[in-house]
Design a protein around this ligand. Structure first.
Ligand code: HH2
Length: 259
């Protein structure tokens, strides 16, 4: 899953693809590098980010979805808002990637159910503005697993087909370095929920904490290492900025681990 951020303030590539034509060209490049899914987002969820008005988010995202309709990848919209998801689905998206796991907008679950599209439910503690202020868990792996189990049940109760649902432990969303590492180390427990697992470590700050790399662009090798380990533990979708590097690493990991 290649990331297309149509935002001025994303933590690693804010402002680079704000122009629609640039974002579309970038998405096509990621498909050429081997992305099977493009995740298009118009609101940064980095720690401390301020929410974006739905109209503005829709204005950023929809023309990019339209422009990537024939790019040869599944199109995903990274949003928590029904109006944005609805417009993106009408423009050609078939996956809603909701970092709030259908909690922030009470109308989003019904839209996903009616559309019959795919949905990714992600764990986050709190909300982006405040989530990194002293996050605490009894047992991070058990807590995240229980949360995702409950959100899958809520989605099914809202009429979403279970086979349309993937889950994501939400690396960096209300988590310390230790929390992120515990989730990666015990990812098999999230995989045991029985739904495809999406993992998003790409260039995130915990990799900088380990490697000493302050510049997110220098965290590609750390990103690759975590994705190989997540693959080995059963993750199926890898949300990354650096598609070519990740594809190569996963191809080698797959060949080594065997069928
Ligand atoms: N991470 C980000 C955004 N959306 N969605 C899923 N399912 N999993 C993730 O880990 C995830 C996500 C944050 O990364 P990015 O889009 O690069 O930055 P920003 O939120 O600043 O735009």
């Amino acid at each position: 899953m290649g990331i297309v951020n149509v935002t001025p303030d994303s933590f690693s590539d804010g402002g680079r693809w704000l122009d629609h034509a640039d974002a579309i060209a970038h998405g096509r490049e990621l498909v050429a590098e081997g992305a099977a899914i493009l995740d298009i987002g118009g609101e940064s969820t980095r720690p401390g980010a301020e929410p974006v008005d739905a109209q503005e988010e829709r204005r950023r995202v929809v023309p990019v979805v339209e422009g990537l309709r024939d790019a040869g990848a599944q199109l995903s919209v990274d949003t928590t808002k029904r109006v944005v998801a609805e417009a993106a689905l009408a423009a050609g998206a078939t996956l809603v990637n909701d970092v709030s796991a259908l909690r922030f907008d009470p109308e989003l679950a019904a839209l996903v159910a009616d559309a019959g599209c795919d949905v990714c439910l992600m764990h986050m503690l709190g909300e982006p503005r405040t989530m990194q202020e002293d996050p605490r868990y009894d047992d991070v792996v058990a807590d995240v697993r229980a949360f995702l189990e409950e959100r899958v049940a809520a989605a099914v109760a809202a009429g979403i087909a279970e086979e349309r649902i993937s889950v994501d432990p939400g690396i960096g969303f209300g988590k310390t370095l230790e929390h992120n590492l515990a989730l990666l180390r015990h990812l098999d427990q999230i995989v045991a929920l029985g739904r495809p697992v999406v993992i998003g470590t790409s260039r995130k700050s915990f990799l900088g904490r380990i490697t000493g790399r302050d510049d997110p662009h220098q965290r590609v090798l750390g990103t690759v290492a975590t994705n190989v380990l997540a693959y080995e533990r059963g993750a199926e979708v890898f949300r990354v900025h650096d598609v070519a590097a990740t594809r190569d690493a996963l191809a080698v990991a797959a060949a080594t681990l065997g069928p």
